[in-house]
Write a protein that binds this ligand. Structure first.
Ligand SMILES: Cc1cc2nc3c(=O)[nH]c(=O)nc-3n(C[C@H](O)[C@H](O)[C@H](O)COP(=O)(O)OP(=O)(O)OC[C@H]3O[C@@H](n4cnc5c(N)ncnc54)[C@H](O)[C@@H]3O)c2cc1C
Length: 487
């Protein structure tokens, strides 16, 4: 096909975080770009139903918790109460602001933006499926169809179609019905009791939100600990706090079934050799997400999938060299800054094939926004064992640290992993107050390939939470010094 037959240099399917980042980069690099967004609302998962609404709610839960646990500071706040409608309204107002801003960015005119669902007709053509768009005027809401049947041909594509809630593993569950992270964000009333299925980020964040607003909560996790991708000492610390806050937590379980019993939904599961039955008003389903690739016609154009995710190399290129992919549809991480970085790299590589960039996952980080927060970067002990990577490790507890004692934030610890001879920092874990902020010191240190000796020598203001990192750094620095003396 000759160059002039293409409508665009790059066509991006999906206008979420990954798609928008790709479009901004491609347009800045001078490529004629179009973004096609097929969702009912514009904004993508992070803004509409992911990072932002959940963190807004968790922060409200934190304020609620602090207000009702102020005695240690000599403060008596009696009859702390809340208005759930207002809690949700504040979240909704924030989300609307973020979504409106994202819509403005997408419509900035730097690239074309089309509200339509795209499906591949062939490897260089997408067909835009009719998309009913609700709009509001003085005469009320009405539905209009903006596009339909139109075809777009592009020299390159970036697929950034995100993820969706994984289908439930038990038909019984579908029959009784459940909340998931999408529908829970639209609740108008809190259930009195809730059974949470799953122990990953979404499960534990929602669980703490609900329990802090007085919902009787049971959490059922298949693995032996929640947050199974983290080191188990970190997960155990959070389990301790969740139990203390009133959550009944079962780990090491196998789901057996679900049924409606009167006004309640009953979940049965195997635990320590016995069948356990838990009844609650509602079930919250948090057993993961899957890449959103159905209906794209990828089988037709030969884009390789593995376990449902689009396979790419580190340049974000699929097996079809002019088709790239970014974000959750590539499946492995489901973290928004990774989606953004992947989108930027895909667009850069299309614009500059002579100097391609690649993703570097050395600084891969993850934050769980519970209290205590759980945040990790780089290598964990778990990964080091699997990959047989030698490391030295040191930890320090928040219960022995000045600033956290001031804050009565005594749960958790920090952990540093270092390369045994050079002392280069290769991993960090923080389970504790503002862990998601504190981990950035280690991200910065690892970005610059700092050693524990350098981190220990770096000035830290007193009394701060951040100075806690100097203790494991000093510990590791002296471990390395004494092993040098021995050899
Ligand atoms: C409850 C929850 C909390 C989260 N919290 C965090 C957090 O705190 N921090 C963090 O880093 N990550 C968090 N995440 C993950 C994060 O939201 C995602 O990793 C990120 O938003 C993925 O961005 P994306 O661009 O890949 O996908 P999306 O933002 O989902 O964008 C995909 C877009 O493609 C559109 N689309 C799909 N198919 C088509 C098609 N055929 N044609 C046209 N358009 C199409 C969709 O409508 C959508 O707008 C959370 C996720 C959830 C569910």
């Amino acid at each position: 096909m000759s160059e002039k037959n293409f409508d665009y240099d790059v066509a991006i399917v999906g206008g979420g975080s990954g798609g928008y980042a790709a479009a901004r980069t491609a347009a800045t690099d001078g490529l004629k770009t179009v973004v096609m967004e097929g969702g009912d609302e514009v904004g993508g998962l992070c803004i509409l139903r992911g990072c932002m609404p959940t963190k807004a709610l968790l922060y409200a839960a934190e304020v609620m918790h602090l207000a009702s646990h102020a005695e240690p500071w000599g403060i008596r706040a009696e009859d702390v109460s809340f208005n759930f409608k207002q809690v949700m309204a504040r979240k909704n107002a924030l989300i609307k602001e973020f979504a409106d801003y994202r819509a403005e960015q997408l419509k900035s005119g730097k690239f074309d933006f089309i509200r339509a669902k795209a499906t591949f007709a062939d490897a260089q053509t997408v067909e835009l499926l009719e998309h009913p768009v609700k709009s509001h005027s003085r005469h009320g809401a009405h539905t209009e169809t903006r596009t339909g049947g139109r075809r777009i041909r592009a020299k390159n594509f970036i697929i950034a179609t995100g993820s969706k809630v994984a289908p439930s593993p038990l038909p019984d569950l579908d029959d009784v019905g459940f909340l998931d992270s999408d529908s829970a964000l639209k609740l108008e009333h809190l259930p009195k009791s809730l059974t949470v299925l799953g122990g990953g980020a979404v499960a534990v964040e929602f669980a703490q939100f609900f329990v802090r607003f007085g919902v009787k909560l049971t959490l059922i996790q298949r693995s032996h600990h929640i947050l199974h991708e983290f080191d188990s000492d970190g997960a155990i610390e959070l389990e301790k706090v969740l139990r203390r806050e009133g959550i009944t937590l079962y780990t090491g379980t196998k789901l057996l079934g679900a049924k409606q019993t009167g006004n309640h939904k009953e979940v049965s599961f195997e635990h320590e050799g016995k069948t356990v039955r838990v009844r609650a008003d509602e079930i919250f389903y948090a057993l993961g997400r899957v890449p959103n690739v159905s209906g794209l016609g990828l089988e037709k154009i030969g884009v390789q999938l593995e376990y449902g995710r689009i396979v790419t190399n580190h340049q974000m290129q699929t097996n079809v060299p002019y088709i790239y992919a970014a974000g959750d549809c590539t499946g492995l991480h489901e973290i928004v800054h990774i989606a953004v970085q992947q989108g930027e790299i895909a667009a850069h590589n299309i614009a500059h094939p002579e100097r391609m960039k690649q993703m570097d996952y050395r600084l891969l980080s993850e934050v769980i926004f519970t209290e205590p927060q759980v945040a990790a970067v780089g290598l964990t002990e778990k990964k080091a064992h699997v990959r047989n990577i030698p490391y030295l490790v040191a930890t320090y507890a928040f219960k022995d640290h000045g600033k956290s004692l001031i804050m009565e934030a005594k749960d958790g610890f920090v952990k540093l992993l270092a390369e045994p001879t050079t002392g280069e920092i290769i991993g960090g874990l923080c389970v504790g107050p503002l862990g998601g902020e504190l981990i950035h010191e280690i991200i910065a240190a690892m970005h610059k390939r700092m050693t524990v000796h350098e981190l220990a020598a770096m000035p830290h203001y007193h009394p701060t939470l951040a100075e806690i990192w100097t203790y494991p750094a000093e510990d590791l620095s002296s471990q390395i010094a004494s092993s040098r003396l021995r050899t």
